[in-house]
Every structure is written in C-alpha cells, then in structure tokens.
Design a protein around this ligand. Sequence first.
Ligand code: AHM
Ligand code: MG
Length: 333
Amino acid sequence: MITLGEFIVDKQDDFPEASGELTLLLGAIRLAAKVVNREINKAGIADIIGSTGVENVQGEVQQKMDLYANDKFKATIEARGEVCGIASEEEDEFICFDTERGRNSKYVILMDPLDGSSNIDVNVSVGTIFSIYKRTSPLGTPVQLEDFLQPGDKQVVAGYVVYGSSTMLVYTTGNGVHGFTCDPSLGVFYLSHENMQIPDNGSIYSINEGNYLKFPLGVKKYLKYCQEIDPPTNRPYTSRYIGSLVSDFHRNLLKGGIYMYPSTASAPKGKLRLLYECNPMAFLMEQAGGIALDGEKRIMEINPTELHQRIPFFCGSKNMVNDARLMLEEHGY
Ligand code: AHM
Ligand code: MG
C-alpha cells in the first residue's frame, strides 16, 4: 500500500525544477484536510452545525464549518511557509504572506475550503477544492492580485478532498488524476485510485432542475434530450444531483456523466466560481480524459478578471459534453 506522502515524493521528479516546495505544500493540505475531516465527523454533537449569520463578500451566509475550514487551511498553509499568498472563497481579498519566507515563495494557492457546506447539517458529503499556480510577480516581492488571476491552463496542481462515506483526496499535477482514501484508524491516505479516467460515455446528468424555467433554451433542449428514450445511446439518462459539487463531480468522474451549472435568468453568470471551483475541476476533468466548458470555450482558457468571478460550468464525459455543446451552440446558453 502506497501512502499519499510516499506517492508525492516519488512523483517529485515530474517537475523539472522541483525543489520540494510543492511536496511540502501538498503535505500541508493533507494535514489540514485531516483536521477538518475530524471536525466534520463530529457534526451533530459539537457546536459546528448551522450558520454564523455573517455574509461573505458574495452575499452568501457563511456556515460555521466554512469559517473553521477556512481558518484551518489558512493557518496550516501559512505555517508551512511554501506559498506567498492565498485566495479563498471565504475571504473578500487575497491574503499576502508578507514575511521573508512568504516573499520568497514561488507558489500561490486558491481554494474553496468547504464546498457545499450547507449539506453538513443533513449529514451529506462536502468537499475542499484547491488550485496551485506559480506566481508571475518577481520572487522577493509581496504577492500581487495578478498572481491569482491566471487562466486555469497555468495551474500546477489541482485537487479536492471529499468528506464522504470515506474521505478521499484526489489531485493532479498534469500527469493523470490520482485518488487516495483515508484509513480513519491511522489517519493515513493510501493510494486507492491510480490514474482515474472518466468513461467517454456516461448515463448520469447532474443539474439543479428546479431552475428549469430559468435556464437558457440550449440547456432546456439538452435536458429533454437526456430524458428521451433511446436505448442504443443509454437514454434516458439517470438524474443525480447532490448539490455538493465535489461529490457530484467525484461520482461522475468514476461512473461517467455530465455536471452542469448553467446561467439562469436570475444569475446570468451561473453560481460557481471560476477560480475556486471551475478551474481546478476543469484541470482534473481534462486530465481524466473529460471536457470542461463554459458552454462554448474551454474553462481553462478563460482569462480571469476578478477573484470571485462566476462562470457557467459544463463538465464531464467527452461525448456527453460534446452533445451538450452542439445544442448550446444551436439554441443559446
Ligand atoms: P458554496 O461554495 O457556497 O458551497 O456553493 C457551491 C455549491 C456547489 O457545491 C453545488 O454544486 C452548488 O453550490 C449547488 O447549488 P444549488 O443549490 O443552486 O444547486
Ligand atoms: Mg463552493
């Protein structure tokens, strides 16, 4: 059995200029994930369920666990000192680690510390999503906004942790997607899913169908296509939607499927965040042989303009996303 730590060290040579910083950074993420996991498992008996009553910059009410996860990841990553700054879905602005060590670190990290957190109250899986880039500003200076506003194609590492019936950490460095399952008795992540590949065809579609009337015509047409009876193409597809991106993504990655969060009449840019959610998931999806689009363009080619930018998101099995793309192109999205 190979542990996550052993695997990361073993793969360090994938980076020509590897100096061990990424290895330490992934180690920090692994540690914070274990701490957050321990806390999530106590939901119901510890006072961590429910909202804080405080809204984040995007006008969403923060859950107690959102803040806990945000603080743990921030503190653990800062303590390891391998990044010059961090941007989080839970923070209004990016955080600059303006110390000698921080200024001389070459990476930035962006994260959604606890995605789908309202699901905790009802004992449903949630996740952490992270994305690492090399800074573009000079070493030795404080991190700048531009360091965080890079297209997804520049990601060095992306991954997620799913706190589910078992806890898994899945990541890519651009050499395939690898999944590790935590043995709770030892607190060790073991390699359980090497080189994950999404099937080219699937039979699951995942979308919040309650918004149907607010969807663009192309999305409505594609949903009707998913529901048509046509056994040779596996249709009707099965509808599966947890409302927890990491869990929905993880299931579709393993089984084959399409995940959609389109624009709606009331949210013209959709709901998901380009930097904290869509880019890391797009990197993982492409590495697993799938596709991730905003409806038309590759997610990872989009030049971000702001930290909390939202974008419509369509991702999953190659043939399913291509079918959707044709309908969006023809009828609008
Ligand atoms: P969050 O980052 O505030 O938790 O919101 C993101 C979540 C995703 O996990 C999930 O896919 C989506 O919101 C569900 O939204 P909706 O309830 O509109 O379907
Ligand atoms: Mg989120």
